[in-house]
Design a protein around this ligand. Structure first.
Ligand SMILES: N[C@@H](CCC(=O)N[C@@H](CS)C(=O)NCC(=O)O)C(=O)O
Length: 252
């Protein structure tokens, strides 16, 4: 079997990586994964990802950083089936939801929660900022969920009966929050909780979340073999640097 023409660098534990893999699943795009853990890229990784962030998409002489840029490129080069709604106004709204997910939602569920409680002690071997975590849990996460509750549909997905870019941008980080103890309270945010259940159970995110959970419980050197056992192609070359190194924009 020949290797897929696309390499995606990044571990599925990253919500941004699962966003791209979910879009690939919907569009039937096969990729080879180099499942490096965030912060562990080698020296050459700085050249292809100047912020030392995952995901990175490599296809021939096209190298792209940032999940939004990658998602847009995929949509432009493989337009069917589209992951965007039909009207210009709804497409703009979907992109706003993606932006909100990538910035504010990831700020609270990613940086202030999962990064503090899982990545800092396990990967960076650094102290957890407990005050930051408590402030996020008490104030910032509820505020974020309050806003998301206003966006949620009665049934189906954010823009109809098929999950798309907006759903795959928002939903993945909730798994990271759950593994460090933060759930969406179904009594307080019933529409958000119901939508999340649908995305997690009825779309390609189900398989990808299972892969992320398996990555979290598998030692780093064993992860490529484990991911291959889940049916994914592993890239021939890895950018794993074997040690943790902070990128230029990683927070304290
Ligand atoms: N805006 C970027 C964010 C990517 C990102 O922050 N990735 C994290 C992993 S979830 C990372 O690689 N962090 C390493 C760092 O910031 O140094 C995107 O959408 O791809």
């Amino acid at each position: 079997m020949s290797a897929p023409p696309v390499t995606l660098i990044g571990n599925p534990v990253s919500p941004y990586v699962r966003k791209i893999l979910a879009i690939c699943a919907v569009k039937g795009i096969e990729v080879a994964i180099d499942p490096i853990t965030p912060f562990r890229g080698d020296e050459a990784f700085s050249t292809i990802s100047p912020l030392r962030r995952i995901p990175v998409w490599i296809e021939g002489d096209v190298t792209l950083c940032d999940s939004s840029i990658i998602a847009q490129y995929i949509e432009e080069t493989r337009p069917e089936p589209s992951v965007l709604p039909a009207s210009a106004a709804e497409r703009a709204k979907a992109r706003w939801i993606e932006e909100y997910a990538d910035t504010r939602l990831f700020d609270v569920l990613g940086w202030k929660l999962f990064f503090q409680l899982a990545i800092k002690p396990r990967i960076l071997k650094e102290e957890i900022d407990r005050d930051l975590v408590e402030q996020a849990k008490a104030v910032e996460i509820p505020e974020t969920f309050d806003y998301l509750e206003t966006l949620m549909p009665d049934a189906g997905f954010l823009f109809g009966t098929e999950a798309g870019l907006a759903d795959f941008s928002l939903a993945p980080a909730f798994l990271n929050a759950r593994v460090v103890g933060v759930e969406v309270d179904t009594a307080r945010w019933p529409r958000l909780a119901a939508w999340l259940k649908r995305v997690e159970e009825e779309t390609p995110l189900k398989r990808l979340n299972a892969l992320a959970m398996a990555s979290l419980t598998t030692k780093l050197p064993d992860q490529p073999a484990m991911i291959a056992e889940h049916g994914y192609v592993i890239a021939a070359r890895s950018h794993d640097g074997g040690r943790a190194m902070r990128g230029p924009m990683s927070p304290v």
